[in-house]
Design a protein. Structure first.
Ligand code: CA
Length: 502
């Protein structure tokens, strides 16, 4: 204990526990004022550390955001701009930098970068997106299936390494990358009845018709009303012999991974709900509202599992006597639409997806309960953790060390905007776009549609009204276009594909 106190006092290399969940929106985190759920354990990080109110991703899908977190550089520099790109593991990452600085390192859970993890002494990952029930996990030794719910299994594997897998002579860094609450939102058996009988509040724009938005918002295929699958997404199983289409074709394989006991718990919970739906005659807005309830409850049940996991790990830190020398970070790779604009999924450079929860407890650095309004981005974690661990920050890193911000002293030259770039095409039919977000406005460029959108987050927090061509916003528009030019040049963004791009 004395030794521990001495090393802490000397500012020795702190341990680092980094939770990275998948698609967890700020609007489903009570530390961010959620009106639909409670996340007491994540809130505990907020109460004992700092909460970033303006943390954004640089690309609103899984693999590109994860690559940016790991490398501290944008996608055109780390090679991952879409979920189809393969990560080159020879480039410097949080893991390799800390490993070189003397850390023992581990990665548990969703990796999603196609190549094997590098820089980790130990890794145990979900192949691809992974499964909620009976997930396969893969190490350098091979793959095996583990009976359980993926959130619980991920937590157990993390605890196993913390308890007996790591080299206790070294400081440690572990990434605990939860699959939850990613689609298709299959909660653990202990959570299947949460929220049942309750009505979860709807976002004000649930039934928005996108009349005041551009082509992309009208063309997307991520509406709760029209693009959710009854079995795959909403857990409503079809009658025997019904021909299956779309993702519903994959649903059975997922349910088949449950143990008989898990399946029994599941059917007991969902059977009566589905029977009620089958007997009902819902249509139009009533049907959309019903789908929203089914969707959001499963999403929040998955969030509850992640929050429980955070609680277990926080307890472990305290039980191990490591609280004073362990940094705890909770983040998600991006946010998610929880019915805003009538949508699920992410991608769009609008706040529900663009913003991510980011909470940091760093003893003797963060003021307990502090809120930070500096504009930060996923690329900032790499240089922050390099500095924390005494590792060399690679010259190419585009993010900035958050430590002064965490200490409450945001440097005068801190950024006043972030650059965003989404390059995927196909799924959910969202065109590539780029843009810039300041503390109040978002400017989005849609090169394939040759359109622009401008939103005033202060007067239109749901971002349902594009004011780009509104004369009252002429000055703002000019300023935001300049800001985009400046950001493109600052980050070295290549040109976007467009109608004229050959
Ligand atoms: Ca994600």
């Amino acid at each position: 204990m004395l030794e521990l106190m001495l090393t802490a006092a000397l500012g020795a290399q702190p341990n680092i526990i980094f939770f990275l969940s998948d698609d967890h929106a700020c609007n489903a985190t009570s530390a961010y004022g959620s009106v639909i759920n409670d996340t007491p354990n994540i809130d505990h990080i907020a109460a004992t550390g700092a909460t970033f109110d303006r943390a954004f991703c640089n690309n609103g899908i899984c693999a590109p955001s994860r690559a940016a977190f790991l490398t501290g550089v944008h996608g055109w520099n780390n090679g991952v701009e879409t979920n189809g790109d393969r990560f080159d593991g020879s480039q410097p990452t949080i893991a390799s930098a800390l490993h070189d600085a003397g850390y023992t390192t581990a990665m548990i859970g969703k990796w999603h970068l196609k190549t094997d993890p590098t820089g980790f002494d130990h890794w145990d990952i979900l192949p691809g997106q992974g499964h909620y029930y009976g997930p396969d996990f893969r190490t350098s030794e091979g793959k095996r299936r583990i009976n359980g719910h993926v959130t619980d299994v991920t937590t157990d594997l993390a605890l196993e390494w913390l308890n007996s897998g790591r080299d206790t002579d070294k400081p440690f860094m572990i990434m605990i990358n939860h699959k939850a609450p990613h689609r298709a939102w299959m909660p653990a058996p202990q959570h299947v009845d949460m929220y049942e009988g309750e009505v979860i509040p709807e976002p004000p724009s649930l039934l928005d018709d996108h009349a005041n938005r551009g082509t992309a918002a009208k063309a997307q295929e991520m509406e709760i009303a029209n693009h959710m699958w009854l079995w795959y997404d909403l857990k409503i199983d079809p009658d025997e012999g019904t021909p299956l289409t779309g993702p519903d074709r994959w649903a059975k394989g997922r349910y088949d991974r449950m143990t008989p006991a898990q399946a029994a718990t599941w059917n007991e919970a969902y059977g009566p709900r589905n029977a009620w739906f089958e007997a009902s005659d819902l249509e139009d807005d009533e049907l959309t509202r019903y789908k929203y309830q089914r969707y959001i409850k499963d999403y929040l049940r998955c969030v509850a599992g992640v929050d429980d996991s955070v609680g277990e790990i926080l307890d472990w830190i305290d039980d191990a006597g490591l609280r004073e020398n362990t940094i705890v970070i909770y983040a998600s790779d991006q946010g998610f639409f929880l019915g805003e604009q009538g949508w699920y999924d992410k991608r769009f450079m609008n706040d529900p997806a663009l913003r991510l929860p980011l909470l940091v407890r760093w003893p003797n650095v963060t003021e307990p309960g502090s809120r930070i309004d500096a504009i930060v981005q996923n690329i900032d974690l790499m240089p922050t953790l390099c500095a924390a661990g005494g590792a060399t920050t690679p010259d190419r890193v585009q993010g900035r060390d958050l430590r002064p911000v965490l200490e409450g002293h945001t440097p005068d030259d801190w950024r006043d905007a972030i650059y965003y770039r989404y390059m995927e095409e196909g799924i959910h039919n969202v065109a590539p776009h780029e843009g810039v977000r300041t503390d109040r406005y978002a400017l989005i460029h849609w090169p394939t549609h040759d359109e622009w959108e401008l939103f005033d987050l202060e007067t239109d927090p749901q971002e349902t009204t594009n004011v780009h061509d509104d004369p009252r916003f002429a000055t703002v528009r000019k300023h935001m276009h300049l800001a985009l030019e400046q950001m493109r040049s600052e980050v070295g963004a290549p040109g976007m594909p467009g109608p004229d791009a050959g």
